[in-house]
Ligand binder design. Structure first.
Ligand SMILES: NC(=O)c1ccc[n+]([C@@H]2O[C@H](COP(=O)([O-])OP(=O)(O)OC[C@H]3O[C@@H](n4cnc5c(N)ncnc54)[C@H](OP(=O)(O)O)[C@@H]3O)[C@@H](O)[C@H]2O)c1
Length: 292
């Protein structure tokens, strides 16, 4: 059972609904509100899932600074409620978290056991969500749980950094793009595939904290340039610093996650971020051709 089915990740997870091997139920916010205990209970009673993938979240990183209570409810309290319901009903839970739980002071890839030090409201609420999930399962040890952190999610559709760059690029704007934050762009579709592999092979990965990543890192500036190159767009771009482009929420200057142990456990390759970008653009073009 997938929560947040209309989101960037949730919609990619939902695409597996025509897979005969899996009985997949994808629920949008109107069908399952993860911040509402009764809504969770109802969904569990009706659908009797073996595993829940929680792709629901409050993801407006900057807006969270002015909506801390809402962000806390959805990112911290709700995952705890979901985890408690899973633990009580013997259901496995895959919960998604973020690279932003780290402060960015490291100079080597973050491992799952590294100490978080979240900086903004979004980051703090996501970190508390992780703790609540862990606590719920540690007090009732009846099923498996995984928290999978991911960074810089994008897709060839929807609204995300890639789509913003393409829109601005096509408008012919000159763009100054942050060049002093490092991370690894990660496409939603292959990440969803990896989560499905985990859901269907739970024996391969012990319960706990894990990181998923492409091979990187890079910067937002380099990522934008690679996007424009891939789409054959000539855009006037120049690098800038975070200080020159201030945002309400502080972001880590380095948040490259070490995804090696997770990939090894699931026997998945770690793909260079540039190659993954090419693959996604190509897959999208092919899907469009098939539609015609
Ligand atoms: N996007 C990134 O760059 C990024 C980076 C690192 C980690 N992550 C993590 O990856 C996960 C997926 O992110 P995403 O990019 O797919 O986010 P997204 O596109 O914003 O999708 C989140 C979904 O959650 C739904 N939702 C919000 N509150 C809910 C509630 N109370 N009950 C049920 N559903 C609710 C939203 O519904 P509405 O559409 O109705 O609002 C939306 O469909 C999140 O855990 C996020 O923290 C994301």
């Amino acid at each position: 059972m997938v929560t947040g089915a209309n989101g960037q990740l949730g919609s990619r997870l939902s695409e597996r609904s025509n897979d005969a091997q899996i009985h997949l139920v994808s629920l949008s916010r109107t069908e399952l509100d993860i911040a509402d205990t009764q809504s969770i209970q109802r969904a569990i009673e009706v659908h009797r899932p073996d595993v829940i993938i929680n792709a629901a979240a409050y993801t407006a990183v900057d807006l969270a600074e002015s909506e801390p209570e809402l962000a806390h409810q959805i990112n911290a309290v709700a995952p705890g409620l979901l985890a408690q319901a899973c633990a009580e009903n013997g259901i496995d839970l895959i919960h998604i978290s973020t690279d932003y739980v780290f402060d960015g002071e490291a100079c080597q890839p973050y491992r799952p056991e590294d100490e978080p030090n979240p900086q903004g409201v979004y980051a703090r609420t996501k970190h508390e969500g992780e703790q609540r999930v862990r606590n719920a399962f540690e007090s009732v040890n009846s099923s498996d749980w995984w928290i999978v952190r991911v960074a810089w999610l994008y897709d060839v559709r929807g609204s995300n950094f890639m789509q913003t760059m393409l829109r601005l690029g096509r408008e012919g704007k000159s763009l100054r793009i942050v060049h002093d934050q490092q991370g690894a762009p990660t496409a939603a579709r292959p990440f969803a595939e990896a989560l499905m592999a985990l859901a269907t092979h739970p024996d391969r990965v012990p319960s706990g904290m894990w990181h998923y990543s492409t091979e990187g890192p890079t910067t937002w500036f380099e990522f934008a340039r690679a996007i424009f190159l891939e789409y054959g767009l000539e855009v006037d771009t120049s690098p800038c610093t975070t200080a020159e482009y201030p945002t309400p929420a502080k972001r880590p200057s380095y948040s490259y996650l070490d995804g090696t142990p997770f990939a090894k456990a699931l026997k998945l390759p770690i793909v260079p971020w540039e190659m993954e970008l090419k693959n996604e653009v190509k897959a999208n073009e092919n899907a469009k051709k098939d539609e015609k």
